[in-house]
Design a protein. Structure first.
Lengths: 342, 315
């Protein structure tokens, strides 16, 4: 029954234009909705602009109410699957954005030069829309396209001000702005960015107190803003938690805080805990080595270096911390695909 | 506490003190049987690695009596001033972040080859590369072929953990019976380290090594010469060499600007040649027993020579 309905949707799309380009487009969309989604995404990436624009125009007259969610999902996958590769990816993102932003309440500046004005087709649901914004913002942050991510965050925060995942992404973006790793901001602007990040993370914890990523990040921001006592209080329970990445980073940050307090033994204990937690990570080992060097135990400091820096398979969560929960980008894309027939 | 017990208690302090002032005596003291538990005051020997030039070229043929050295303002008697009295422990600290992909990596490999050719049989070398990670690819050793092989297999990718890499290299540079030299190359700013620049600068002050930095211009612009032809003007990004300047200054080394990576081999070669012309001065500190930072002032008597040496040591 569902399959028949979907075929009818695609047929309606076909009927709307009758042009060859629309037929090609409708064929790809039909395959995405009812057949091999991976193959359809690959075909979508090979469509030319005219075929895509013809398909987009067909949405204005189609009598199918539920076609837009699938089309938005298709273009989102076409933009971001494999990798985000410049012009083509950007165009698919513009198409997906035009579809998503149809039906949004007025007053928010659009993110795309494209637009659709369907007569019968319904806007995507709020659930899909919030998932879509989370997906796009996550991927853009991971690609350090901060300005672009910020424009999507403007929409998302206006539409879903209490959505804790969007607040978390807003905090990550501000934290990236405040980091010399990912932005070239001056010191003053960096401090403002960290202040904004703190506000977003606190908003997350108000609605979702058990969101450990937000707790860790709030603590890190507070540490950088020299609010050390509160940062320590937030990190201490995380250091014994079950999530290895979060526990490692919590101990690493705790080591830094204790060191600032000149509690060298406590700092060393925290770094050693982190190193024991993740033996392939090097940052905590190097931090402990430096502390021992400072304390005069230069033999132990030197002996720690081969273990810290000699492992060809080393991986350290500190290296990717600034990018947020980057691994969620693909999971979010999968969720977008799952909702394509909603 | 009995006098003997007091001596026992002082033993770790003595070891730390001697070790941290890079004493040549440290090796004989640590070789002492701990069971002897003997403490003799005045065994500390401070070693100062100094480059002396007339402003352009190194000045050769100086003897201990030609130098005046003050430790915390107190004139000291220099026991010896020699060239190349010890073998070299050279640690390459090389940037393999994404920005050095392509020609820069190739030029860096050429530069490493050239400097290795200039090492002696009893010298040793290590290779530390850094991107977002610090990678000790080869420890200090005499097998330069293995180091070359590791260098040729290095690929450029990722961020720049320059501070962490310099710290790790300083930590492994404290080796006996040799003169540690760090050659640090980076084409940009740190954006990935856990350690701040100030932390690593302090570690450099504590450590034994001399650091030479080699920086490459981020870009080149051109201006017109008087004759109308273009003149290349290397452009270094704001603050690009600040960290290298600081750690070189802290250890009595210096920073060479290579302008472009094809000049890296020449710059590396210059580092080694210059390092070979440095004097190693030793003295036993007298009337300056206070622990903590000791400021060193070194000059050549009776002539306007430029002297470059570490500004002090931690005791």
């Amino acid at each position: 029954m569902r399959r028949i309905a979907l075929i009818a949707l695609a047929a309606a799309c076909l009927h709307a234009g009758r042009a060859e380009a629309q037929q090609v487009y409708a064929g790809v969309l039909l395959e995405y909705l009812t057949g091999d989604a991976d193959a359809a995404v690959a075909k979508a990436r090979s469509l030319d602009r005219d075929e895509i624009l013809a398909g987009l125009n067909a949405f204005n007259t189609t009598r199918s109410r539920l076609v837009l969610t699938g089309a938005a999902a298709l273009h989102t996958e076409a933009a971001f699957r494999s990798r985000f590769d410049g012009v083509l990816g950007t165009f698919h993102l513009q198409v997906a954005t035009a579809i998503i932003q149809f039906g949004e309440r007025a007053g928010v500046k659009t993110n795309t030069p494209l637009s659709i004005r369907p007569v019968f087709a319904a806007p995507v649901s709020d659930d899909f829309r919030s998932l879509w914004y989370c997906t796009v913002i996550s991927i853009l942050e991971d690609a350090t396209r901060l300005q672009q991510a910020d424009r999507y965050l403007d929409h998302a925060l206006t539409l879903f001000p209490r959505n804790s995942e969007i607040q978390l992404l807003a905090g990550v973006l501000q934290e990236m702005r405040g980091s010399p790793r990912t932005s070239g901001l001056s010191g003053g602007d960096r401090r403002s960015a960290l202040q904004a990040a703190e506000k977003h993370y606190r908003a997350v914890l108000t609605t979702q107190p058990d969101r450990l990523e937000a707790r860790l990040r709030l603590a890190r921001v507070l540490q950088q803003r020299n609010e050390l006592a509160e940062a320590r209080a937030l990190l201490t329970p995380l250091s014994s938690g079950p999530d290895e990445r979060i526990a490692y980073l919590a101990d690493l940050f705790l080591g830094g805080i204790e060191d600032t307090f000149r509690h060298e033994d406590a700092a060393l204990a925290a770094y050693d805990r982190a190193a024991a937690r993740l033996p392939t990570a090097q940052t905590a080992r190097l931090a402990a080595s430096e502390l021992r060097h400072r304390k005069g135990d230069r033999r132990a400091a030197a002996d720690a270096v081969p273990a810290a820096a000699g492992d060809a398979n080393a991986f350290d969560p500190w290296w990717t911390y600034v990018f947020g929960e980057y691994w969620r980008a693909d999971l979010l894309l999968d969720a977008v695909r799952k909702m394509r027939r909603a | 506490m009995t006098p003997r017990a007091a001596r026992v208690a002082m033993w770790p302090v003595l070891l730390y003190s001697v070790w941290s002032v890079y004493s040549v005596a440290v090796y004989s003291v640590t070789a002492y049987s701990v069971a002897q538990q003997t403490f003799r005051s005045g065994v500390d020997i401070v070693r100062v690695d100094a480059l002396v030039t007339d402003g352009r070229k190194p000045i050769a043929g100086l003897a201990a009596a030609d130098f005046e050295l003050r430790d915390n303002g107190v004139v000291q008697t220099i026991d010896s001033a020699a060239l190349e009295s010890l073998p070299l422990s050279l640690i390459f600290v090389l940037d393999t972040s994404g920005s050095v992909a392509g020609d820069k990596m190739r030029h860096m490999g050429d530069a490493v080859d050239l400097i290795l050719e200039g090492l002696h049989a009893d010298d040793r070398a290590a290779l530390v590369t850094f991107s977002h990670r610090v990678w000790l690819r080869t420890p200090l050793m005499s097998d330069f072929g293995a180091l070359r092989k590791m260098m040729s297999s290095a690929a450029a990718a990722g961020g720049t953990a320059l501070h962490d890499a310099v710290y790790a290299s300083l930590a492994i540079s404290d080796v006996q019976d040799s003169r540690p030299l760090l050659v640090v190359f980076s084409d940009g700013l740190d954006n990935m380290s856990w350690m701040g620049a100030d932390v690593v600068e302090k570690a450099a002050r504590r450590a034994n090594a001399v650091i030479y930095g080699v920086a490459v211009a981020a870009d080149t612009t051109y201006r017109r010469s008087m004759s109308g032809g273009p003149i290349a003007v290397p452009q270094y990004t704001h603050g690009q060499t600040d960290f290298l300047d600081a750690i070189a200054e802290a250890t009595g080394g210096r920073v060479l600007k290579a302008d472009s990576t094809d000049k890296l081999p020449r710059a590396f070669d210059e580092v080694l040649r210059e390092f070979r012309t440095r004097y190693v001065l030793t003295y036993s500190p007298r009337r300056v027993d206070t622990p903590g930072w000791h400021r060193i002032e070194l000059k050549v008597k009776g002539r306007g020579a430029d002297v470059r040496a570490r500004p002090g040591y931690q005791r």
